[in-house]
Design a binder for this molecule. Sequence first.
Ligand code: SF4
Length: 433
Amino acid sequence: MAKASVSMVKVTDVYESLQESLKLCDGLAGLNLKDRILIKPNIVSWDFDLPFPPYGVVTTSVVISALVRILSEHGFSNLTIGEGALPMLSPDGDVVYEALGYKTLQERFGVKLVDFNKEEFVTTDYGDGFKLEIAKQALEAEKIINVPVLKTHNQAKVSLGIKNLKGCLSKKSKQSCHGVGDEELSRMFPRIIDKLPVALTIIDGLYTLEKGPGPTGKAFRKDLLIASRDPFACDLVGAAILGYPAKEVPHLNHYANSHGCSLEVSDYEVTGESVADHQEYVTYDWEWSETDTGPVGFEKRGITGLAIRKYDSSLCTGCSVQYNPMLILLSSAFKGEPFPNVEVVSGKQQMAARGFDKTVLFGKCACHFNKDNPNIHKAIPIWGCPPDLEIFVEVLAHEEIKCDYNEYISFRNYLFGRYKESEGFNLADWSVK
Ligand code: SF4
């Protein structure tokens, strides 16, 4: 059997490099001119209220624009761009598409723009009683071109093509992917692709991101495009570039087992650049204290009286996006005195421990899971799915924990500002000329 082919191209000019990349992997071969083609970028979230650095977080518009232009030049005319960003934490899809320059693609090439969150979802049966609500537009596409980002993920290790398809799910199904036991994240989302006609994956590696998937991670310029008609092969090479052999990535293991794929890079044909030349380990996770009381940075600052249990994979993206800000807010409350013996739990399986005077239940799931927990002396429920940070500040203030929301705003400014002086970081990559 012929080896699946993956192309890897160093980006000089995005349009020319993408053409080269598609030529090397014969990327357009599976498409017919009349196909309804859905292009699926990664726009996990966006923010207009506070500074939002998209580097390594959101698919660049220059790659999407080059792709649309190439498809159009080849005569493909039935093109749609669709995404379902995090509901409640992202602005309306239309406004984001405008900011990303997609409206220009609509005018110039007749591309349709779809916000999955505003459209119909279809309950889709995967067998074994497993069902997911998938965007009708994704199910009805004849071909999907998946355009994820080359980034790490603090729960899944890497977030590439297979993971990017989670954006095709309804909010409810996105959340159900973050289950426990047999429904654990790494077993759930690799199944999404089985009902979707993914014909081509293009990993946008203009930037890469450590401690992803959101903007609290740190981005690096990488200038790579990785493409393949085989979605697993593409992810396997992307993972290798980030420093993760596929066998060490649980969801790639599950996918390989259920589809009979090899986990060895040597069993795939990589054309263009070599993996060895671009492989560079990118950290995926935050360091935590050995006693599971909080990030290592809290220990270093001498913060005591506070035990924040490390997030697990049952925490879905909504709560994950709020988790880091929650840490910043708690850190802002530290003025040299110990916290009043507080524990913080989150997600769907963290049982609050004995011995704390106050227990913060971060998010609806933690509130439900601990509702009859006899270990809790005083519960501080932060309801919400995901919880609201301003409510978090307000509720904790009643417990003599004075978080400062302005410090969170400063942190967001810092995240954005740290790229200003960095060479190669260009916000114009999220615009269409
Ligand atoms: S509360 Fe958080 S973990 Fe629970 S479903 Fe909502 S977003 Fe997910």
